[in-house]
Design a protein around this ligand. Sequence first.
Ligand SMILES: [Zn+2]
Length: 347
Amino acid sequence: MKVAVLYEINKPLVIEEVTLPPLKYGQVLVKLKTSGLCHKQLEEMTGKRGHDPFLPHLLGHEGAGIVKDIGPGVSFVNKGDHVVLGWMKGKGINSEPPEYTNGRNKLNAGWITTFNEYGIYSENRVTSIKKEMPFDVACLLGCAVTTGYGVVNRIAKMESRKKVAVFGIGGIGLNVVQWASVRGATHVIAVDLRNDKLELARRIGATHVINAGNEHAVDAVRTITDGGADYVFEAAGNIHVMEQAYEATNGKGLTVLMGVPKKEDKLCIDPIPLYLGRRITGCHGGDTVKDEDIPLAVDLYLQGKLKLNELITERIHLSGINEAFQRMKEGKIVGRSIIEFERSSPD
Ligand SMILES: [Zn+2]
């Protein structure tokens, strides 16, 4: 089977043939149909996540496919199941990660890698889904879509008919826009510097968009919401944007910080509103419960209430992965780029 391997930081991934080891206790063999490309892998490939002791290794953390075999002890998935693969842990065994080899090198893989035609997974990283769910959109449920769900419903515990603003329309921000809309928010305001991202936000549920390069974002949110939004989410990872998100929150509202700031950054905010009822919190992921949240997202998609096709803005063959990451680096991918393993001709 073909896989993409990261041998060195800041070097292209190498596509090569590897052999599959036999399944061990708690492992599941999956033939992948699709995988999303997430910003986290670009960070790994460019060394943004610090020293990488696991090189060479496989990567990717959101996928979808069909179970081809199960190892001893596996009880939550069966041969033939359609599954979502994701980095979040769910029910089932937490097995040893697989070890692949290309005949010369041992290739590391954590519990989840998806830039590979087949993969061996720990049972608790695999979630069975309804067979009507198309594979292209199913892979999106392994990461950003379910994180967005968790942020809105589990972290913010958003009530319906509220006014919401989202600063930063990347993978997570976009999905927070969508889930806020599904949750029944009366106002969903998307704030970003790029019109193409704002356009996409509109297509999946934003009622208003603000280009922060053209107008004062805090004033604009306050005007649209008549005094500030009930929930403001920051997904830009920029300290000044975090301060703006707090400023754009109303007296009893909640500011949720999701972007990762730089190490030395310090937040500078007026604390008085906190005494009077405004709240601010941060989150790492969305406290997603994948065994509940993924099937729910599948149902909502099949009922036409969750828009996932709109999130896919590029489809590639595994062989085009380096060019796709280059486009991601240059900011040319507006939504999600996905790998379709059975595309007939390489891009
Ligand atoms: Zn991700």
